[in-house]
Design a protein around this ligand. Structure first.
Ligand code: PHE
Length: 343
């Protein structure tokens, strides 16, 4: 009996010593298995109780139970303590210092094309126009047919484009919006329609298969070419400065009559002639004209009563002039070094 008693005491001592070395929950579990497990030291010792007398058994049993509950409660304590510590470590490790400066990039900036569109739209909003927007996937009817460009018309070739089927295409011009607006609203009308247009042009320094136009349309009683010229002069001066003049050259668009191409005084040299205007002193920026009477009629507006003018501004060209950009491709490459310059 005293053997067993001694063994139990030394188990307890050994356990206490081993416990001091326990630093994490894994070690605590190992300790539990080796002392209290099925094959643990305590179980081994208790197996020897078979040789005890009936009087000895309860005495040893009590000591064994004491040792067991001692070990269990010490283990429980240490596990709780370890868990607390581990939680503390985790919290400290994952702490978020809200005072550290962020490494996030600063706020972005408007794209120069959007800046140009906004500037141009602002000028016309100030003149009492409203903004209309239309679909980029457009019916042939709106993009060509009702604008007096029937099937087989040579103007279709110059705007060779992307078709979904015989009747649906990516719009080649914003002029289709003239029709959409006139079909839906009755004069007096004063709208601008900014948007993307598509042509199967190869990409180079001055051409892109996707570009932007801003279409303008005014329809009312007694609208004349003089009104068109006055509006465009005002637009040119507001955008490029008071000294800017416009020059009209006769042209042909199927949906306007008469039609003109409109040049502005070169924004670089002011008209003297330079590399930007190729020595001309002028830069072509838009097409315009008086809405063809048949186009008005196509939309149910009586050309005997109403007249109107329309114009289409090339946004890329205007933006390039306004901000001194010499290659159209820069506008589409999304190179941050380029875009950052417009902050
Ligand atoms: N839609 C014409 C083009 O893309 C421009 C234009 C618009 C001409 C409105 C006259 C009136 O070239």
């Amino acid at each position: 009996m005293s053997d067993i008693k001694e063994s139990l005491n030394s188990i307890r001592e050994e356990f206490d010593k081993a416990l001091e070395q326990v630093k994490d929950s894994q070690a605590a579990e190992q300790l539990r298995v080796s002392f209290l497990g099925k094959k643990g030291q305590l179980t081994q010792v208790l197996k020897g109780m078979g040789g005890l007398t009936a009087e000895e058994r309860p005495v040893i049993g009590k000591i064994a139970n004491d040792v067991r509950s001692h070990m269990e409660s010490r283990l429980e304590e240490i596990v709780a303590k370890i868990k607390e510590e581990e939680k503390g470590h985790k919290l400290r490790r994952e702490v978020i210092d809200v005072t550290i400066p962020s490494d996030r990039k600063g706020a972005g900036s408007r794209h120069p094309l959007n800046m140009a569109i906004n500037e141009i739209c602002d000028i016309f909003l100030g003149l009492g126009y409203s903004i209309a927007e239309g679909p980029e996937v457009e019916y042939d009817k709106y993009n060509f047919e009702l604008l007096r460009i029937p099937e087989g018309h040579p103007a279709r070739d110059t705007q060779d484009t992307f078709y979904f089927n015989d009747k649906v295409l990516l719009r080649t011009q914003t002029s289709g919006m003239q029709i959409r607006v006139m079909e839906q609203q009755k004069p007096p009308l004063k709208v601008i329609c900014p948007g993307k247009v598509y042509r199967s042009d190869a990409l180079d320094a001055t051409h892109s298969p996707v570009f932007h136009q801003i279409e303008g349309l005014v329809v009312d009683k007694g609208v004349t070419m003089g009104d068109l010229v006055g509006s465009l002069r005002l637009f040119a001066k507001k955008l490029f400065g008071e000294n800017t003049e416009i020059r009209l050259r006769p042209h042909h668009f199927p949906f306007t009559e008469p039609s003109v191409e409109v040049d502005l005084t070169c924004w670089k040299c002011g008209g003297k002639g330079c590399n930007v205007c190729k020595g001309e002193g002028w830069i072509e920026v838009l097409g315009a004209g008086m809405v063809h009477p048949e186009v008005l009629q196509n939309c149910g507006i009586d050309p005997e009563v109403y007249s109107g003018f329309a114009f289409g501004i090339g946004v890329e060209r205007t933006a390039m002039g306004r901000y001194g950009i010499d290659d159209i491709r820069l506008l589409y490459e999304n190179d941050v070094r380029f875009l950052e310059q417009f902050k």
